[in-house]
Design a protein around this ligand. Structure first.
Ligand code: ATR
Length: 282
């Protein structure tokens, strides 16, 4: 019998993660046997955990918050998309080397364009939060040439640093994209209206917690998208609907699509995501 491929998802909190079930679904579509564990890992225990995992013939790891930036330090090779994002959500071993990649942006764009039929070109987009989750998706969003992209963060300095990093790596003029960074004040948030508002903050990991956004923020918003996956509508989604957003979505589709791309990196196989997209795992 073939040996099982050793896979894992790590982060903190981790108990809510559906990655094991998602990857078992993918593996079941092929003649591939996998063992997928989930472990609580913090930035302090990350180095030891990864060393043990790969020593023990581990193949691939999904990286979730708060490890997406720290995990880059432990790779021998970093993909272009992870370098642009300064963050990774997948680490794997290949040819005796450790590779880091970022499939979050791929997953989000696939969910927006193919599943939700939302186009980003020439649109105005607001991203709330400036941590690893935001970094992971911003390069892929810019690739789609939005008219304006604003990043608003509780700690303004982090948003400004993110903009500085990105301006050094991406030619925004070539994309015709105006990129602005600021805080969560009404002044900055209400200076524009947005076709798409994306919540990349970690607030939805605390059920019921609200960002307390001004209601007018969602005037004219076609879609309010929470990167977090939740069987029930998150407080962000509820606030957006109550304030007039046309449509809301949680991050289930992105989770499934980034997972499919990670699965491809680990196995060279492209799974069909339609069954999981139709039927989220509770
Ligand atoms: P991740 O890797 O998932 O992005 P992170 O790097 O810890 O995780 O970033 C969490 C993000 O959520 C940050 O933008 C954080 O804002 P700060 O930079 O000011 O800490 C944001 N965040 C978390 N809790 C929040 C809250 N209660 N209100 C507003 N923003 C919050």
């Amino acid at each position: 019998m073939d040996k099982k491929l050793k896979l894992a998802v790590i982060g903190k909190p981790i108990s809510h993660s559906k990655s094991p079930e998602i990857h078992q679904d993918f593996a079941s579509q092929f003649d591939t046997k996998i063992e997928f564990k989930k472990d609580e890992v913090t930035p302090e225990t990350l180095e030891t955990w990864l060393a043990d995992f790969f020593k023990d013939a581990g193949k691939g790891v999904s990286i979730t918050l708060p490890l997406k930036e720290a995990a880059l330090n432990y790779a021998d090779e970093i993909s272009d998309r992870a370098r642009l994002a300064s963050a990774c959500n997948v680490i794997y071993s290949k040819d005796e080397k450790i590779f880091a990649d970022c499939t979050d942006g791929f997953g989000l764009i696939k969910d927006l364009e193919e599943n939700l039929k939302v186009s980003l070109e020439d649109k105005k987009i607001l991203i709330l939060g400036a941590g690893g989750a935001a970094r992971g998706i911003i390069p892929s969003i810019i690739e789609k040439k939005p008219a304006k992209l604003k990043v608003a963060n509780r700690t303004e300095s982090k948003a400004l640093l993110l903009r500085e990093d990105l301006e050094a790596k991406v030619n925004l003029k070539e994309k015709n994209t105006i990129f602005e960074a600021g805080d969560l004040s009404d002044d900055f948030l209400l200076d524009d209206s947005y076709d798409l508002v994306i919540n990349s903050t970690s607030i939805s990991t605390q059920a019921g917690e609200s960002l307390g956004l001004p209601k007018d923020l969602f005037t004219g918003t076609k879609l309010a998208y929470d990167l977090f996956y939740s069987a029930k509508k998150t407080a962000f989604m509820q606030d957006a609907l109550a304030a007039g957003a046309e449509k809301v979505s949680d991050g289930w589709g992105m989770l499934v699509e980034q997972g499919a791309e990670s699965f491809r990196l680990w196995t060279n196989l492209i799974p069909d995501t339609s069954r999981l997209l139709e039927k989220p795992i509770d």
